[in-house]
Design a protein around this ligand. Structure first.
Ligand code: UTP
Length: 473
């Protein structure tokens, strides 16, 4: 098979002929596969990416900016009576929005989950400490819980990538969309971008007939949602506010009434949840206020000296840890989706297995490639009004990042956090849980301690591992 002359010329112009290193040795099926991938590339964009490989043309320090005058912004705290508006006002406003059915949600689930090392999309990972429910079952269950309490569906868009799309569709179909009405679920796929050789800027072959690519970051959500018709899909359902959350945090509370209430009462374009960062080494970005705007600085972009700097009161100077739970005015997303390249590309050095000239796979033990990602929080400086809401980590943040046995963010840590959260809610509802017993709240039936009274009387006692709520209760 011959490479079409125009494509061949374009590959040469871009200095990317190395991607054809094995062409003459490929069988026709493999040649067709590689050709298909190369024809789908945006070669102009590839030239831009190549420029980004080599600092100082565009570095992430440039994207982060000078932080010498930056501060931690003022935050509302969930449940703090000193907040203005008050928690009661926020609860009422958030409840009203859910009862009106004007809130939609986006779940980003396109990541490759390389650190976890699970064979399949993270959403399928069985994390329920008692039920073994998957991350999808727990997170989609929360939307069921809202429908049960407020009588309205929450339209849900799920972002996948080439790494997760087919398996996610298959899972949703075989699990009856985890109980959601499929008419209110919209699955859309984000873009892939090539990974480039960190030394040469060339495409890398992850197989003789396949160029290495990776999803374009959670910020790929904006372009992919708009191009797939997702923004119109929300508009058709009367959505006015859209929350977004990540597939690897089963404690995420994107539809928390109080959070939504603050977002609405502050008339924010962009609201975000934070947890107080206590340890400089904690791998979360931080929300900062700087030059009249808010922004999130990713942990990998925050210089170590700034990350560990403390104020006179002992708190970290930058301690508003971003947990990637956001609320957007739909009109804001419409506005920024129309801005070309509203989200900059960040570069990340990663180890990507490649095929060497002798036709063997080489698994590097150090980063050899640059991957490119957009971050959704880079929309923050474009917002006219930002609202930052602090939630206790024990209520809203337990990310699954690392494999079993890791020192942090492992399945054991996440399950322990789910059990602790359930115990706290049960105790609030007057239910006694014996020491050392694993308990879990059924996401679809128990939104918070107020729902527990429907299934367990105050004064009840739990002595065996149990899922509270669900059909059994
Ligand atoms: P992470 O940045 O933690 O990446 O994603 P990851 O893919 O889950 O894990 P590693 O870094 O490869 O180990 C945070 C959230 O953003 C989503 C992920 O699915 C997760 O919910 N995400 C990330 C996307 O949807 N697309 C991306 O391109 C990257």
């Amino acid at each position: 098979m011959d490479i079409p002359p125009l494509l061949s010329e374009r590959i040469g112009q871009s200095g990317q002929s190395a991607c054809l290193a094995f062409w003459d040795r490929l069988n026709p099926v493999s040649q067709a596969r590689l050709l298909h991938q190369l024809q789908a590339f945006d070669w102009d964009q590839l030239d831009v990416l190549r420029e980004l490989v080599f600092p100082p043309i565009a570095t992430d320090a440039g994207l982060t900016g000078n932080l010498s005058n930056a501060t931690t912004p003022a935050c509302l705290q969930v449940g703090n009576p000193l907040n203005a508006p008050s928690p009661a006002q926020a609860l009422a406003r958030g409840s009203l929005a859910l009862a009106e059915g004007t809130v939609g949600a986006i779940l980003v689930a396109g990541g490759q989950g390389t650190r976890l090392g699970y064979a399949g999309p993270k959403g399928l990972y069985a994390i329920g400490p008692v039920s073994q429910a998957s991350l999808f079952e727990i997170l989609l269950g929360k939307l069921l819980g809202v429908r049960r309490r407020f009588g309205k569906d929450v339209p849900l868009a799920i972002m996948t990538s080439s790494a997760t799309d087919a398996d996610t569709h298959a899972y949703l179909r075989s699990h009856a969309y985890c109980g959601l009405n499929p008419a209110h679920v919209f699955v859309f796929c984000q873009q892939d971008l090539p990974a480039l050789d960190a030394a040469t800027g060339c495409l890398l072959l992850e197989a003789p007939d396949r160029v290495a690519v990776a999803p374009d970051g959670h910020g790929g959500m904006l372009g992919a949602l708009s191009q797939s018709g997702g923004l119109d899909w929300f508009a058709q359902r009367g959505t006015e506010q859209i929350v977004s959350f990540q597939v690897d945090n089963p404690l995420a509370m994107p539809l928390d009434r109080e959070f939504l209430g603050y977002h609405l009462l502050c008339q924010a374009d962009f609201s975000t949840q934070i947890v107080r960062k206590l340890d400089p080494a904690q791998r979360v970005g931080v929300v900062v206020a700087h030059a009249g705007t808010h922004r999130v600085v990713e942990y990998s972009d925050l210089p170590a000296t700034l990350a560990s700097e403390r104020l006179a009161n002992g708190r970290l100077r930058f301690d508003a840890g971003s947990i990637a739970v956001h609320a957007f005015a739909k009109s804001f997303l419409d506005r920024v989706a129309a801005i070309p390249n509203a989200l900059p590309l960040h570069r990340a050095l990663k180890a990507v297995p490649v095929w060497d000239a002798s036709g063997r796979q080489v698994v590097p033990d150090a980063p050899n490639a640059v991957k490119f990602e957009r971050f959704i929080f880079d929309l923050m400086p474009l917002a006219h009004r930002v609202c930052v809401v602090e939630v206790p980590a024990s209520q809203g943040f337990a990310p699954l990042k690392n494999p079993s046995g890791a020192a942090s963010d492992s399945p054991q840590h996440v399950r322990a956090a789910l059990v602790q959260h359930a115990r706290t809610q049960l105790e609030k509802a007057g239910v006694f849980v014996a020491d050392g017993i694993d308990v879990e709240l059924d996401a679809a039936t128990i939104l918070d301690h107020e729902d527990i009274g429907r299934v367990l009387l105050p004064g009840s006692r739990i002595d065996r591992p149990q899922v509270v709520g669900g059909e059994a209760s």
